[in-house]
Design a protein around this ligand. Sequence first.
Ligand SMILES: [Zn+2]
Length: 330
Amino acid sequence: MITSLRFFIVIVLALVSVKIGATTIVIVNGDGAGEGFNSNQPVSAVPGNSATTLGQQYLNVFLAAADFWESKIDSSVPIRMDASIDPLICTATGAQLGGAGPNNGFFDFSGAPKTSTIYPSALANSLAGQDLDPTDNDLTAVFNSLLNGNPSCLGGIRWWLGIDSPAPSGTISLFDTVLHEIGHGIGFLTFTSANGTRPLNLTDAYADNLFDLSRNRAWPALSNAQRAASSTNTGNLVWRGANVEARAGVITGGRRQGSLRMFAPSPFQQGSSVSHWDTALSPDELMEPFATPTSNSCATILALKDMGWKTRNECGRPVVAPILPLLLDD
Ligand SMILES: [Zn+2]
């Protein structure tokens, strides 16, 4: 029996694709010869993914996920993502599916909407209209190569590499997982630590929207100890950004005093707490901490808009994500 399928967040301080369009997400292949994206292992074509090598199928999934995000956010600065498929934790009962995070954060740059506020690399570049650190890529994403049918890993569950069909029983959609992790990588997370402390004691674009209902205060107005307490104040940590607030009504479950709840279990769960929506949200959202069979991205894209991203088609039909059900409409 599977007890957990957990995403995790990595905050870390061969060019494959360049797409012409409003936004370009460049996937930088970090795998070695013969593994991950470079695997020549023969595979059968699956729905939406006609490649016949494992590496190319992985890559096609990433390209489709990049297409999705390119359809939702606007940036004149290419977003460069370090990506790899490597062995991560996997036992008979639990696995890390993948992790991602921004490579850097920037503050008080030309174009920053707010002073003394940290913006994750990709967002900072977008706001600045230029690459603020050309020597480094913007986010890093890693996915577990062990989900390959080995019985010792989740009883033999494997990645589903199809793109336009639901994951069959006994598989997990890599496409949905990559969508989720790119969400973290472009900024859906806080830089705040579990103990409430912050880099250089600066707030960040995500934390700026967090609000504690018990104290009736936003996170930037809390002390470190109060932020730590708020992180485990289950049900009372919510998102208070104007764009999400305006559309919060389309979420029927997981609201408190009209606002959407954030994931704030007690005790604190490293890598999951705060930087996800609460699992109580209904319909399920892309940025919940556990993989769900179906998910929407409406609230997630609106939250990114609250952070400063230029977004479009927030709650409309995903361009290349047909396996996400369309429960919310513009
Ligand atoms: Zn996550």
